[in-house]
Design a protein around this ligand. Structure first.
Ligand SMILES: [Zn+2]
Length: 164
């Protein structure tokens, strides 16, 4: 019988947004605003992401779809790529991700897909500092992850490529 070596994902639950510090509440608000501007004409599923950098700058992203479906990109990667292209040396401290259906004002929450976790995890590893992640849930609660690695244990990384 083998030994279990992988950690279980741990999430902190906050019962409402108002339980969070003001900066995080503002970040979630920016993510909601970003979601409203998503280019999501095919899915009508609006996703917004907002990143807080260490100098206080907020960078937003939303999902960008395309008639050629695979050419589109998720909100999280739009936000992370925008942040790392404009502020390559900044540390990313937090990311908030929210989602709702277009016809529904109520945010119902969505966890980042595997590709976004992979991208976020590499930037987190590069900066040597955990990125906190906040997700709204359908019940109006907020899930907090202390890091991206927590959402993607045993990830593919550069060390696998170069053997170091
Ligand atoms: Zn994604």
């Amino acid at each position: 019988m083998g030994e279990i070596i992988s950690k279980e994902t741990q999430l902190i639950v906050h019962h409402s947004e108002s339980d969070l510090d003001l900066n995080t509440q503002k970040l979630i608000k920016r993510a909601k605003e970003a979601a409203s501007n998503a280019y999501a004409k095919y899915s009508d599923f609006l996703v917004g992401a907002a990143l807080l950098l260490d100098d206080g700058t907020v960078v937003i992203g939303n999902n960008q779809e395309n008639a050629c479906y695979p050419a589109g990109l998720c909100a999280e990667r739009v936000a992370f790529f925008a942040a790392k292209s404009q502020y390559p040396n900044a540390l990313i401290e937090k990311v908030a991700v929210v989602a709702r259906r277009r016809q529904d004002e109520h945010f119902n929450g969505a966890a980042p897909c595997g590709s976004c976790r992979q991208v976020m995890a590499e930037y987190e590893e590069n900066q040597g500092k955990a990125i906190e992640l906040y997700l709204l849930t359908a019940e109006g609660k907020v899930y907090q992850s202390e890091s991206i690695e927590n959402l993607l244990p045993f990830k593919f990384s550069e060390s696998v490529l170069n053997g170091k």
